[in-house]
Design a protein. Structure first.
Length: 317
């Protein structure tokens, strides 16, 4: 590994550690209370552990899975000590994450034969879609890719302007129309423009209104269908953005969106400053959709490719 790479990943690791600090501290203080005064893992400890995991926003289903696995180990080793619990939890959680996130890491290259590579970004209002798009555009550009953004969230004028600000900041072209125009038409224009510019990556912003599920589903379906007139297999990726600080709400949103459209990857934002980092574990397990990116701040650099090992390490260090 080159020195530059090592320094870079060390910095990345530090941002991640800092971003997950609150989750980690809260988790461990709960965990130490759960095992206080106990030398071995017994039913009491398991009950307490269940509570710790649920209240850390890991989610009920995933918590039960983890508890089952630990119970199985206790059945084999009746004198399993509470001091080992930490290491065991870490192992089991890493195992769960590995099931959905294997081989998923991206280095911002484009799969063969998929040019332009079209990413449609979906999610409810305020979760961080536009910010994530700005951060992604920056990373793709750094990787030498030609990026075009499409402002298909035409619901609010401010949404278009906000994407424009990111486009200017990253210095990539943006395709936009007036507020209220047809999002599918914006997406169509964006892909047409990307093809004519021989661009590598297209990222489409969409509106996040979810109060009318049928509308949302129809709109996303229409955007997809219209994009396919330009690039037959678009979108190559449907990235659902979830606000990690909303805990159980993020689960609910993932449920709604996966019903409304085919989601292929997840970005979990705002993990900085929240104690709800456990959602990453539960969401990735429950929906069997890989978490591809995590947001750990508002800055352009505060988007990380999700690395399950680094994540578990940061959480359990
Ligand atoms: N702390 C923190 N803030 C974030 C992160 N990602 C986004 N934000 C902030 O969250 C707010 C909403 O982000 P947007 O990108 O506008 O969200 P959106 O999903 O596009 O929202 P709408 O366009 O209203 O649907 C902004 O203030 C962002 O700066 C993150 O990872 N950490
Ligand atoms: Mg937006």
């Amino acid at each position: 590994m080159s020195l530059f790479k090592r320094i870079f990943s060390k910095e990345k690791k530090e941002t991640l550690d800092k971003g997950l600090e609150k989750s980690k501290t809260t988790f461990f203080s709960k965990l130490s209370k759960a095992v206080a005064g106990k030398a071995k893992v017994d039913d009491d400890v398991l009950d307490n552990l269940e509570e710790v995991l649920v209240s850390s926003d890991v989610g009920v289903e995933t918590t039960l899975k983890v508890i089952d696995r630990i119970e199985a180990r206790v059945a084999k080793d009746k004198y399993l000590g509470t001091t080992e619990l930490n290491a065991i939890l870490r192992e089991e959680i890493a195992g769960l994450l590995a099931e959905t996130n294997v081989g998923n890491e991206t280095d911002f290259t484009i799969p063969e034969g998929k040019k332009p590579y079209v990413i449609m970004v979906v999610g409810v209002n305020g979760v961080g879609k536009t910010t994530t798009i700005g951060k992604l555009a920056s990373q793709f550009k750094k990787a030498g890719k030609k990026v075009v953004l499409g402002a298909a969230d035409t619901f609010r004028a401010a949404a278009i302007d906000q994407l424009q600000v990111w486009a200017d900041r990253v210095d990539v072209p943006i395709v936009r129309q007036d507020m209220g125009s047809d999002p599918a038409s914006v997406a169509f224009d964006t892909l047409t423009s990307a093809v004519s510019q021989n661009a590598d990556v297209v990222i489409i912003d969409t509106a996040g209104r979810l109060h009318n599920k049928v509308n949302l589903m129809n709109e996303l379906t229409k955007i997809k269908r219209v994009m396919q007139k330009v690039v037959a297999d678009a979108p190559h990726e449907v990235l659902l953005v979830l606000d990690g600080s909303t805990g159980q709400n993020a689960f609910e949103q993932a449920k709604q969106f996966t019903l409304a459209t085919e989601v292929t990857s997840l970005a979990v934002t705002k993990l900085d400053g929240t104690a709800k980092g456990g959602v990453v574990i539960g969401i990735s397990d429950q929906f069997q959709i890989p978490v591809k990116y995590i947001g750990v701040g508002e800055g352009i650099e505060d988007l990380q490719v999700f690395n399950k090992i680094e994540f578990v390490d940061s959480f359990f260090k």
